[in-house]
Design a protein around this ligand. Sequence first.
Ligand SMILES: [Zn+2]
Ligand SMILES: [Zn+2]
Length: 164
Amino acid sequence: MRHICTGCGNEIPEGQDFCYVCGSWTKNALILDEENRINVYPDMCLNCGKELPRGSDFCPYCGTKVEGVQSTPVVVRRQWTLMDYLSIALAVIPGFFNIFGLGQIIQRRWSKAFVFICATILLLYLTPSFMENTDHYWILIAMQIVLFMFSLMDVFNHIGSREE
Ligand SMILES: [Zn+2]
Ligand SMILES: [Zn+2]
């Protein structure tokens, strides 16, 4: 069961009382079932006309089964979280100083983080030998740019892969 905020369309994480984006109450949110269909339940019993508590399967007054109406499946776009922005920031800013893999750490992808940190260390190790010969200096710059792009794309792809 997923809760979609009626105020802003954000998906409200499980167990939250209100939307962290706009502050609307979760109890007013749209409810999606496992197949992403919106389930709309009547506010009052169709048999006795009394108000129904939200989410009840049977009317507590007369016992009539509450029938919901389901929509066709809807597509939910996941909003970016603070962690997503943080992982981008940590891929970009230390990336300018040729330190890679921090964005992957924020995303808790340890093996990718390890690869990029190894590349960072290798680059640091190789830098003095490239600095000696100005003819080869462009190779170092090219490697730095390629690593920067790969690292940033990797962080972006991971965020994108979680969208549905
Ligand atoms: Zn909201
Ligand atoms: Zn009733």
